[in-house]
Write a protein that binds this ligand. Structure first.
Ligand SMILES: NC(=O)c1ccc[n+]([C@@H]2O[C@H](COP(=O)([O-])OP(=O)(O)OC[C@H]3O[C@@H](n4cnc5c(N)ncnc54)[C@H](O)[C@@H]3O)[C@@H](O)[C@H]2O)c1
Length: 284
């Protein structure tokens, strides 16, 4: 495993996950360029807020949030990324065609030695590799939400992924102080497949009136020692994100992942969880 901190990294998509990924690499000492096609100022503000929170909680050591933030730059499009990058992490929304387009532009923009990673929660890395001339440089680097506090990174290797690429990514995950699980490529990998399964069943139980949301969550928290129940966890991930994953897993793995009507209704009403203030619970 490599033990060198990546000097320069790129992140495509400066939303919830991309901003978190930028934050942890900048804290490690990397220079980070975020390509964000939406509000660039908001993307930088997300990183800045995350750094302030980490500082308040004593998680930056003697690091100064302003100095860490000075290592983060935001550009508008993936083809504005610098060429000389050690790593690019794609973190745009969970839509296959969008990700294929972004990955293809990234490959044409960065140096041949740059590792290209996707933070997809469910799409198989081999499917995403179809966008690249050289799929051996593509690997799954599945961070969890919130990135700074979460200790796990799921690393996904497709049949085409070069062993040296996996090795470099394992080294970087260890540099970040996070723990890896290494899985072979399959839709939903290990984490989303099981997490979504539990979440969907909890929503069906709510739909069928088995118990209220608080009771369903408490049953798993106290009965099975889950740190957070499946409905609150769905609120944190985002109901829209969970719906997109469930739809993708239904297509690839079968009807057992079919999204319940209640999930579709709530997404249709804009009740997306913590980010909108309302999901299965109300958030301040
Ligand atoms: N939210 C979670 O809990 C979670 C956890 C693990 C993985 N993921 C995965 O991470 C990815 C991102 O999820 P998120 O929750 O951060 O989404 P998000 O909607 O918060 O952020 C996505 C960002 O990408 C930007 N974007 C869209 N198209 C772009 C383009 N062509 N070029 C540059 N930027 C573009 C959007 O403007 C937005 O800021 C998804 O694949 C998701 O499945 C999400």
């Amino acid at each position: 495993m490599t033990s060198t901190v990546p000097q320069n990294i790129g992140v495509v998509g400066g939303g919830r996950m991309g901003a978190g990924i930028a934050q942890v690499f900048a804290t490690l000492g990397s220079t980070v360029t975020i390509a964000e096609s939406g509000d660039r100022q908001a993307a930088l503000a997300r990183v800045s807020d995350g750094l302030d929170r980490a500082h308040e909680r004593g998680k930056l050591g003697d690091g100064d949030p302003a100095i860490v933030l000075s290592r983060v730059h935001v550009v508008g499009a993936p083809d504005d990324l610098p060429t000389a990058l050690d790593l690019v992490v794609e973190a745009v929304p969970e839509l296959l065609d969008l990700k294929l387009g972004v990955l293809s532009v990234v490959e044409k923009t960065v140096a041949p030695s740059t590792v290209i990673a996707s933070n997809t929660s469910s799409i198989s890395i081999a499917d995403l590799g179809a966008a690249l001339n050289d799929p051996s440089r593509l690997v799954g680097m599945h961070f969890f939400n919130p990135v700074p506090a979460s200790t796990l990174v799921e690393i996904i290797r497709a049949p085409a992924t070069d062993a040296g690429v996996v090795d470099r990514v394992r080294g970087w995950v260890s540099q970040l102080g996070k723990t890896e699980v290494l899985v072979n490529d399959s839709p939903g990998f290990a984490t989303s497949r099981l997490g979504v399964c539990l979440g969907l069943e909890a929503i069906r139980m709510l739909e069928e009136g088995v118990a209220d949301a608080e009771s369903i969550d408490r049953a798993m928290e106290l009965g099975y020692r889950h740190p957070m129940g499946p409905l609150r966890s769905t609120d944190l991930v985002g109901l829209d994100v969970r719906l997109a994953i469930a739809e993708h897993l239904t297509k690839t793995l079968g009807d057992r992942f079919a999204p319940p009507a209640l999930l579709r209704e709530k997404v249709g009403r804009g009740e997306l969880g913590r980010k909108t203030g309302q999901g299965f619970f109300t958030w301040p």
